[in-house]
Design a binder for this molecule. Structure first.
Ligand code: GLY
Length: 332
């Protein structure tokens, strides 16, 4: 997808988030591309084009017969290390005060999960989330506590944001003086990587990681570190993850909603579509409110759907490596 489109995905002010019921538009005539399927054997799907490289990382684990949880961690670490990526990991854009704060979560087929939020100065929030999952009785650590935890477990500090990103932020700050002084949300992109995988034993896992809303208010957390919002896995049913405007995803407990709809018998693609429709129904002003969901059920059926056109996901199986356009409710 063109950078231009990504940057225009999230043009939404705080006033645009007032809740009220609106009728979802009919989308059938707008839907294009293939966006659902089924596989036997290992599979990994992940959000956006950056998912192509991330899936390769995950596939090294899946192809060797490894666990889905190891695959998703390894996969999204690729994106977290990509210094050209402005919405995930160390190349991400900072908050309005110039601090790059990262959010991530991870979950396995047994409902074990870990999450980290508002983490500054570490390259791999996903691995810190996993370390929380495996070494504490907690699910989520944020801020300084998470940073102390990460240092204790041997994660090294990195200097963030990158110089080029800091220069962009300084320019933004100068050009958005009013916005900077008033709490009005401005955002350029926040395209999370969410990844779902099933290993050769049929176990599901997921991971989700982001730098969040560019130039967000300090302290803001989106959906990505929140189990049930940015990611949810139920080994008996399926897994789902989200990308886009985190506030809208949180309002409907998005990924949990998708998994529960699959539990009720909906296909992954139908479940993602219904979750999008729920978001649409809960927002009066949908201007630029993009959210996309991906889902994978325990039988290897996968699918995705988004509020607006333009969402895609990377798919890798024994047979296929491709970028798939999802169905969507409306055009821009
Ligand atoms: N979906 C990522 C965020 O809103 O932070």
């Amino acid at each position: 997808m063109a950078d231009f489109k990504r940057r225009t995905f999230f043009k939404l002010g705080l006033t645009g988030l007032a809740l009220s019921i609106v009728k979802p538009s009919k989308a059938t005539e707008l839907i294009s591309g293939t966006f659902e399927g089924k596989v036997d054997g290992p599979i990994v799907i992940s959000t956006w084009e950056h998912g192509l490289a991330a899936n390769e990382g995950a596939w090294e684990v899946l192809n060797a017969g490894g666990r889905a949880i190891d695959a998703v961690e390894k996969g999204v670490r690729v994106t977290e290390s990509d210094i050209t990526n402005r919405s995930v990991g160390i190349g991400g854009r900072p908050d309005r005060e110039g601090h790059l704060t990262l959010d991530a979560c991870i979950m396995d087929e047994k409902s074990k999960c870990g999450a980290v939020g508002y983490l500054e100065g570490f390259e791999h929030p996903i691995s810190i989330a996993r370390t929380i999952m495996e070494n504490t009785q907690h699910v989520m650590l944020v801020g300084e506590g998470a940073e102390d935890f990460a240092s204790t477990y041997g994660f090294s500090k990195v200097k963030t944001p990158l110089k080029e990103v800091k220069d962009d932020w300084k320019k933004w700050k100068k050009e958005n003086k009013d916005v900077f002084e008033k709490p009005v949300i401005n955002h350029e992109n926040h395209d999370t990587i969410g990844m779902l995988a099933m290993d050769k034993h049929g176990n599901l896992s997921g991971a989700c990681t982001t730098s969040g809303w560019a130039y967000k208010m300090p302290g803001r957390l989106g959906d990505s570190p929140i189990i049930g919002a940015g990611l949810f896995v139920d080994g008996e049913v399926g897994a789902a993850c989200a990308t886009g405007l985190g506030e809208a995803v949180i309002r409907i407990a998005g990924s949990h909603t998708v998994v529960e709809l699959m539990r009720q018998g909906k296909s992954p693609q139908e479940a993602c579509k219904m979750a999008c429709e729920r978001i649409i129904a809960k927002h009066e002003d949908l201007t630029g409110l993009q959210v996309g969901f991906l889902a994978l059920d325990k039988n290897g059926n996968y699918g995705g759907y988004s509020v607006y056109a333009g969402f895609n996901f990377a798919l890798k199986t024994n047979e296929k490596t491709e970028l798939v356009n999802t169905g969507f409710d409306r055009n821009w």
